[in-house]
Every structure is written in structure tokens, then in C-alpha cells.
Design a protein around this ligand. Sequence first.
Ligand SMILES: [Zn+2]
Length: 354
Amino acid sequence: MTRIKAGFLRYLGSAALAGLIGLSLAAGGATAADDTPAKQIFGKVQLPSNSAPSPIGFYAKGCMAGAVAIPTDGPTWQAMRLSRNRRWGNPAMVQLLEKFSQDAVQLGWGSGILIGDISQPRGGPMLTGHASHQIGLDADIWFTPKPAQPLSAEEREDMPFTSMLDKSKFLTVNAARWTPTHAKLVMQAASYPQVERVFVNPAIKKKLCETWTGDRSLLGKVRPVYGHDEHFHIRMHCPPGASGCKAQAPVASGDGCDKSLAWWFTKEPWAKPVKKPGDKPVKPRFVTLADLPKSCAAVLAAPAATEQSATFGTAYVAPQPQSGDAAIQQVIQAGNSDLPDTVVPVPLARPALQ
Ligand SMILES: [Zn+2]
């Protein structure tokens, strides 16, 4: 406890770090730090802590020590949206993604997977997107296979997501885009014992419920949630021995093709919350460092690892990207011709990932 407190004070007193995270210590630095949304602090950190890997707290309320980065390019994967600096995770996650990318190729999923966000270098809340992804045990995988030619850095920024939904209908999979290989890919992710849950759009879960002829017991891990129509989300169990990692309640037994899925197709998740007379508007309150597990302050204060020392996994030099590659341009154009993403429904009261 005392050690953690001392770490927190060191964190507050560290002028160098304060400069890095843009805090003013001139007057009332502690108060400023107390009120600063944690996402602003964690969102600016560039490198992981140079310490043993440790997920701290819960998927949606925590941070991460000793993160490693998946290389931007592997033989069977590419990391996307590199400017976000979110390809950091627990080593177990990086290992899993490498294995999954190889298995994806075996399933016929192009030349591998496109990896979206994992976590920030020290985890924590993010400035944009995601309530979870805070402890290095969540990762997003695109519903678009890796093209044979490596994408350039620009293409990785600009290539639009491709929704698997038919946006002219309510929560319906686009039959022209969804293939049995998409189903196999999601179920492959769910098949690993270290995977705790896989999140997909309710329409995709429904499609799997109707069509999956493999091991139905694995379907229970595949959970419906809004969004997740152009990517799916893999969540791992807390790794063995990670005592600071808070586990999620296990999924109910069964395939989940039940009331919990049917609920998404009712009016309830999409209905405006009813205001009672006298209800005061709720001011959004940002999560601050004080809301996170205490040791997250020490994680922020810890010395940084170098990117090189913290990059983990198969050493791989990607062939030179060829901008203007016809196949890639086709994918980009197909995505651009899509209707705007806002057409995919998002519930007004947003239920947490369950
Ligand atoms: Zn995600």
C-alpha cells in the first residue's frame, strides 16, 4: 500500500512525465491529475513500462504493465491503423494472435488476418472507441482477410471497414458478403481454451445459430453485441498466475441461441430511455486515475521499455508494399462505396459487453 502510494507521489512529482502527459504542476498539480480523465493520460503514453507483463484490473477498468507489441507485419498478419499505437498486449495475446493468423490461413482466410486495436502501451481507457481493451487481453480482428500484398502505412490508415450487415434491413447479415469461411474464422477464435468470449454483432450471432453445424458448445462463447459488424473481438481469460487481473463472470452454459440473443431483436435495446418528470440530466463523469486500480499509477510512473525490446514474436521483414496494387484498390473501393456506417443500428442505452 505504502509502496504504491509512494509510486503515485513519484508519478505526480515527475516533471519529465508530467511534461510527457501534458500536466501542469505549477499550481495544484495533484488536483489537476485527480480531475484529468484517465483516457487523456493513458492516451498519450508512447511506450510500455519496462516490467513483467501484468494485466491489472478489469477489461473495462484497468491498465497493463510490461506490454509487448505484435510486429506490424507477420507472415500471416498485418496490423492496421498504426497511427493509433494500439498494437500492445499481454504476451499471451500476441502469441494467440500469431497462432490464430496461421489457423486462419488454413481455413482459407486469404493470406492471414488484419489486426485492429489491441491496447495502448500501458493499457487504460482510450480517447476514442472501446470501453474495454484496457488490460491487453482484448483484440479486434477485421472481417476482411489480409491481402497477399502488404498494405502500405497509408492504406492501413485509409482502408475502410467492410460491414457484414445488409444495411437496408434491420440487423441482417449481408448474404453477398458473409461466407462459411467467415463463420469458420469466428468459431476458430472461440475454439481456443484461452479465449473467454468472442463478440460479434447480434445479426452475425443469429446467422451462426442458424447455420453452424460444428461444435455447438463453442457457440456459447460467441456473444452478441451492437457494432462488431466489420470486425469481431477476441477476449482472453486472465492468464494463469495474473493475480491482479479481475476475471469476468463465466458465460452461461448452452449455445446462447436463446432469449439473450432474441432480446437484441426486440424494441427494448433500441428504445429511448423514458424520462420521468423531475429527472435531472446526468452529467457524464470521466474515469480518472483514482477510479482505476491503485497500481495503475505505478504503471504510469515506471520507466519505459524500448519499442525494439518490447516487440514480440516472429521476426519478419515484409516485402516492400506496392501502392496501387489492383486487388487492394478494389477492396478499398468496395469499402468506400458502402453506405455510411451510421446506418448500422446502435442502441440508445448501450449495454455493456456481456
Ligand atoms: Zn474490440
